[in-house]
Design a protein around this ligand. Structure first.
Ligand SMILES: O=C(O)C(=O)C[C@]1(C(=O)O)C=C[C@@H](O)C=C1
Length: 395
């Protein structure tokens, strides 16, 4: 484990918190940014406040967690980490703040069919599982007679159950609760009474004084109900906005290769006929998805204006540097515009899927939190604000 103990952390004025990047609702990284969201990120921030030090998030991953821990890359680790005997050999665990375990998620009409492992462990049951982790191990050892599909994409795996390609998945109860909110067709089966149980806790250095402090602080949050409120908050968070955020970000990031292509030809940045085509195509596709034309126009107008902001800022910099032609500029018509067109489709689908959330005034803060972190902010903060303006009110 890390060398740093409580006294060292306090003296350094910084708590370095390692976390994996993709375990909602515990921890989730927005793109390549240093911005993380989730229950455990809030817990880490609260602990840093309690210690009077600044929070620094250190990205890690499930496979690298213990190696990074032993290489002293962070002082504590969070992110829905289960207490396991292996991990206990490398550090101390706080008291648990969540108990989780494997439970089924299925189409709601099948809820009664999959209550018990005896019902699930049958040759006519089509089980689906993501590979490599505890879900696969659980499925293989507890339902060996069922038909097992190993499906590698953790994001679309739940769509397979919705589409009837599989009957059920068994995963952490917390994830079944989250996914039943994201897919109305799916129901978590007895998430309050999973088949097995694993305790989630913070991984701490071997410093009993530090553990005592963290445990007291966690105990207060558990006793007051604050922790349960945090759990509900992060379960209800609009995680469905993520494809929309990604589409906006990817579109804006393409302004840089667009600008390079134009610079090489010394072409003007603005191309009004192309803008009209982009907007007309978006409005037409949007209509098929039930999106109002004025809404689609406003959103795409903002994306195009944001793109021009990036391009103008780059042109200004390159002019000041007397930059020559780029050796590696892409072809605008052959390479970049087809990619922009693809993003148009993705952005519209995400917009349509989130219409109700985006229109809900009580969720404006959460919408802003889910959308506002763009990797493209590094290109131009002004452009990032422009791109998001029609979607978030308190920008
Ligand atoms: O395709 C281009 O030429 C771009 O610069 C991209 C884009 C766009 O965002 O779609 C932006 C500005 C132009 O006026 C036209 C289109």
């Amino acid at each position: 484990g890390p060398a740093q103990q409580l006294a060292g952390i306090t003296a350094s004025g910084e708590l370095r918190v390692g976390t994996p990047s993709d375990y909602k609702p515990y921890t989730y990284r927005l793109g390549q940014s240093s911005a993380y969201l989730g229950l455990d990120i809030d817990l880490a921030a609260g602990l840093a406040r309690r210690l009077g030090v600044k929070l620094t998030i250190v990205p890690t991953s499930w496979p690298a967690l213990l190696a990074d821990w032993n290489a002293d890359k962070f002082d504590i680790a969070v992110g829905g980490i289960s207490i396991t005997p292996e991990r206990q050999q490398h550090g101390l665990f706080s008291i648990p703040y969540q108990r989780d375990g494997k439970t089924p998620i299925t189409r709601c009409e099948n809820q009664q069919r999959f209550q018990t492992l005896a019902q699930i462990n049958q040759p006519d049951v089509r089980l689906i599982v993501n590979p490599g982790g505890t879900n696969e191990r659980f499925a293989r050892s507890h339902a060996p007679r069922a038909q097992l599909t190993v499906y590698p994409d953790n994001v679309t795996i739940f769509g397979q159950i919705v589409a009837g390609k599989a009957d059920l998945m068994m995963t952490d109860a917390m994830e079944t609760r989250l996914q039943q909110r994201l897919h109305r067709e799916l129901c978590a089966v007895h998430p309050e009474a999973p088949f097995d149980s694993a305790d989630k806790a913070m991984l701490l250095p071997r410093d009993p004084a530090f553990k005592t402090l963290v445990d007291q602080w966690l105990q207060e949050r558990l006793a007051s109900g604050a922790l349960q409120r945090d759990v509900e908050h992060w379960l209800a968070f609009p995680w469905t906005l993520e494809p929309l955020r990604q589409a906006i970000d990817q579109r804006l990031l393409l302004a840089e290769p667009v600008a390079r292509a134009k610079w090489n030809k010394q072409a003007p940045i603005e191309d009004l006929p192309r803008e009209a085509m982009v907007i007309a195509a978006a409005v037409e596709q949007g209509r098929a998805l039930g999106l109002p034309a004025d809404r689609v126009e406003a959103v795409f107008h903002a994306q195009i204006e944001a793109s021009k902001t990036v391009q103008r800022e780059l042109y200004a910099r390159w002019s000041a540097q007397h930059a020559g032609r780029f050796a590696d500029a892409p072809d605008l018509a052959a390479e970049i515009r087809p990619r922009l067109d693809l993003i148009t489709t993705q952005l519209l689908a995400a917009l349509a899927a989130n219409q109700a959330t985006l229109a809900d005034a009580t969720r404006h803060d959460q919408v802003a939190q889910a959308l506002r972190t763009l990797d493209a902010t590094a290109l131009s903060p002004a452009a990032a604000r422009q791109a998001l303006a029609p979607l978030i009110t308190n920008n």
